[in-house]
Design a protein around this ligand. Sequence first.
Ligand code: NAD
Length: 429
Amino acid sequence: MEHGRLEDAKARREWDTPMYRLAVAQLDRTAQQMDLDPNIWERLRMPQRAHVVSFPFRRDDYDTVETVFGYRVQHLLTMGPTKGGIRFDVDVDLGEVTALAMWMSWKCALMGLPFGGAKGGVRVDSDALSRTERQRLTRRFTMEIIDVIGPDRDIPAPDLGTDQQVMAWIMDTYSQQRGHAVPGVVTGKPIELGGSEGRREATGRGVVVCVEAACRHLGIDLEGARVAIQGYGNVGATAARLVDRLGARVVAVSDVRGGTTHPGGLELDNVDRWIADNRYLTGYPGGDDVTNGELLELDCDILIPAAVQNQITSHNAERVKPRLIVEGANGPTTLEADAILADRGVFVVPDVLANAGGVTVSYFEWVQGLQQFFWSEDEVNRRLRDLMQRAFGDTLALSTAEGVDLRTAALMRGIRRVTEAKRRRGVFP
Ligand code: NAD
């Protein structure tokens, strides 16, 4: 192959999508600032393993067979098993899963957890699946990736569109094949199967530890502060409850179809009752309907994006009002928006730090499972709080020392640890 064609071929990335480009652009910007070894830098820009599968599952009518795509990407195998969620969502593709796996690597390293980053997903409309369809889909997907997951290999957890029940089906399918129960193959599983107290709420709880720490830093009084939350799922609804308990006013929440707002603060018990009866927030009588776009531009003090990526962009960053944004979702802010927000003095607690509570308690779950010794909810929450507060404090200190924003500081800490581990192991052979 002539030189030019080889260079072109080497530059081609099957996973090259806008979200992958965002993750790589963040890595590149941070690597430049850190003066990172170019050999390791290049290695970190791509996943170590990527599995793409297509597989069928039966719809409930039993005649229709749907064929869907699934992915499991392991970004970094240097420091232990890989770890990362599985999402069921219509936007899942190889680029998205690769970007999310890369962020998991930085997140685990930043928190000092002995894992590399991974992520998985199936491109499917999660909301449109019945319980039985979801179960068949989950079990077949587990079979498709069974050789690459395992308690010492790669440990999935819940993410967008998946929950404890999905983890239980993965654990059961894996265990059926191995011939004995293997609870350690997933985290975020039900308590009865060896799950951890506090895991379901852990990501939202960690987000709120960051909200409190950032408020202290910025001199914002959380009592009475107005909080808007995009995404009212596991992360968003937990964060809403906890900030409400701390005296803040939750002025807006949303789901995939839109949201509801009340400037005086929403009654969360009523919101939950409405969702139990109507599934979606639209039409909730205790507030006014808003679109997801409008929610991001509401007049409030704190914004928690807790839904999906690519929400705060160059198109709306000028109009985002709060002084503080705490990223519950992965990748909600684009690189261009980051620059605009920084110019405007908005303080952003980045995803790799803000939503690290989930993988931290997943780590606790893994440790408890290995020891067969389980902690109380209070103990889990206390340890989570300690680790999150320490990570926040150390990252803030580095951002001040280096004169960089919190995202860059968080990535610097994660990438530095990964780089040191890679250097110690060397190149095989
Ligand atoms: P979830 O499925 O429980 O809830 C997602 C919420 O977002 C739902 O209210 C859904 O209706 C809404 N939503 C979905 N698509 C949307 C869209 N296009 N626009 C607006 N809203 C939309 O998921 P979750 O576990 O709460 O995850 C939310 C985010 O947090 C994701 O970005 C995920 O990667 C991240 N996260 C989750 C965990 C975890 O432990 N669950 C850990 C770290 C990060």
